[in-house]
Ligand binder design. Structure first.
Ligand code: GLY
Length: 368
C-alpha cells in the first residue's frame, strides 16, 4: 500500500472496522488509525443485540433506521465472513421482553399492537405459563413480547472478521497512533497523530466518544460524550436460555459458552473502571429475571464508553467545512445494529460527496 492512502479511518472500533471493510471492498486504499487495539472503546461492552423495535421504541426515526440496518445484516455477515474466511456467531431467533407488573404488561401490549400494524412479526403472551413456554428459566411474569426478526451478533468475533477481511483487501491498521488534529492542505486532508503526519483525500471520523477530543480546523467541537456501560460475562449451562431476554433494567444475551448481562448507563466522563455498584446492579437485576443465574460462574466485567450525541442519533455525513472529511460517530447504544447501514452510507459518500444521507443523521445538524 502507498504511504498516501485514499481514505484514512480515524478509530478502529466496530464502526471504523465496518467502514474500512466497505471502503476497501470498493477498491479504496484504506489506512485505519487508533491509539489502541481494534474494539477497545464502546465495542468492549457491546452485547451485540440487534433489536431496533426495542432500542428504537421511543423514537420512530431510530426505529426506522435500525430496521433498515437490520434488513442489511444477513448480507453484511455473509460478506464479512466470506472475505475474512472465518465464522461470526450470529442469530436471528428473536428477543423476549418480560413484564412483571400490569403496567409493564400494558406497555408491551401496546408495542405489540404497533408492531402488528407495521407488519413486524411478534407475539404478545400473558400469564406465567405462557411466558415459560417461551423461556422456561424466566421468573414468574405477567406478560412477554417475542419480536421475531430481532437477533444478536458476537461483537468481538465480528470486529476480528472485519479486520481480517479488510487486511485481505489491502487495508492497513496502525494501533499506536493517537489522532489529535485534522486539517487541510492544498493536496487534501492532513491527519496529525501524537507522533506522525498522514495525508489522504478522504478522512472518516469513527472515533466514537473520543471524537469530542479531536481538533478539526474550522470546526466546532464534535458533540459526542462518553456514557459508560458495564457488562458481565457469566457461564451457565449451554443452551439454558433460548434467546435474548429483556427485563426491567437488564438484558441477557446467551451464546453457547456464556451469557452476556448488560448494561449500566453512566455519565462519568472517560472513567472506564468497573465498579462494585455497577456489578451489583447488574447481578441483582439479572437474578430477578432468571433466578438460576445465582449459580452461574462469574467470568469478567467489561467496560465500554458509548458515544452519546445531543439527540441520541449518530452523526453521519460529509463535513460542510472540510471537503473530503466524513463523520460516522455518535452511535450511542446502537453501534452494533447500525454498523451495516453506516458502512454503506459512508462508502456511498466517499464515492460521491453528494450521496443521500437521512437528514436526521446529517453531521451538518451540529454545524459540522
Ligand atoms: N445496546 C445496548 C447497550 O448499549 O447497552
Amino acid at each position: 500500500m502507498s504511504s498516501h492512502p485514499d481514505v484514512i479511518v480515524v478509530g478502529a472500533g466496530l464502526i471504523g472496522c465496518a467502514v474500512a471493510h466497505a471502503l476497501s471492498r470498493q477498491g479504496a486504499e484504506v489506512l485505519v488509525l487508533d491509539a489502541s487495539a481494534p474494539g477497545s472503546g464502546a465495542s468492549q461492552a457491546s452485547a451485540g443485540m440487534l433489536c431496533p423495535h426495542i432500542e428504537g421504541a421511543h423514537d420512530p426515526v431510530l426505529q426506522g433506521l435500525g430496521a433498515d440496518s437490520l434488513a442489511r445484516y444477513d448480507a453484511f455477515i455473509h460478506r464479512v465472513c466470506s472475505d475474512a474466511g472465518m465464522d461470526v456467531p450470529y442469530v436471528r431467533n428473536g428477543t423476549l421482553q418480560l413484564a412483571d407488573t400490569d403496567e409493564r404488561a400494558e406497555v408491551l401490549r401496546r408495542l405489540a399492537a404497533v408492531l402488528h400494524g407495521q407488519g413486524v412479526p411478534c407475539q404478545f403472551v400473558e400469564g406465567v405459563a405462557a411466558v415459560r413456554d417461551l423461556e422456561p428459566l424466566a421468573a414468574p411474569q405477567r406478560a412477554g413480547l417475542l419480536i421475531e426478526p430481532h437477533g444478536a451478533v458476537r461483537i468481538r468475533d465480528l470486529i476480528e472478521a472485519l479486520r481480517q477481511a479488510s487486511l485481505h483487501q489491502g487495508a492497513r491498521c496502525l494501533h499506536s497512533e493517537a489522532v489529535e488534529h485534522i486539517t487541510r492542505h492544498e493536496t487534501g486532508l492532513v491527519v496529525e497523530t501524537h507522533a506522525n503526519t498522514f495525508h489522504a483525500p478522504h478522512v472518516v471520523v469513527t472515533s466514537g466518544a473520543w471524537a469530542m477530543n479531536l481538533r478539526v480546523d474550522g470546526h466546532p467541537v464534535i458533540p459526542t460524550h462518553p456514557v459508560r456501560g458495564q457488562l458481565l460475562r457469566l457461564q451457565m449451562r449451554s443452551g439454558a436460555l433460548r434467546r435474548v431476554l429483556w427485563g426491567p433494567g437488564i438484558y441477557l444475551v446467551p451464546w453457547a459458552d456464556e451469557v452476556l448481562v448488560g448494561a449500566t448507563m453512566e455519565k462519568v466522563g472517560f472513567d472506564s473502571r468497573a465498579t462494585v455498584a455497577g456489578v451489583m446492579q447488574l447481578c441483582t437485576a439479572a437474578q430477578a429475571v432468571v433466578p438460576e443465574l445465582a449459580e452461574a460462574s462469574f467470568s469478567e466485567v467489561r467496560v465500554g464508553l458509548r458515544p452519546g450525541s445531543p439527540d441520541g442519533l449518530p452523526l453521519i455525513g460529509p463535513s460542510r467545512r472540510l471537503p473530503g472529511l466524513v463523520y460516522a460517530t455518535g452511535h450511542f447504544r446502537n453501534g452494533a445494529l447500525l454498523a451495516p447501514l453506516t458502512a454503506d452510507l459512508v462508502a456511498a459518500i466517499v464515492r460521491d460527496a453528494s450521496a443521500d444521507v437521512p437528514s436526521a443523521l446529517a453531521a451538518s445538524r451540529f454545524d459540522l
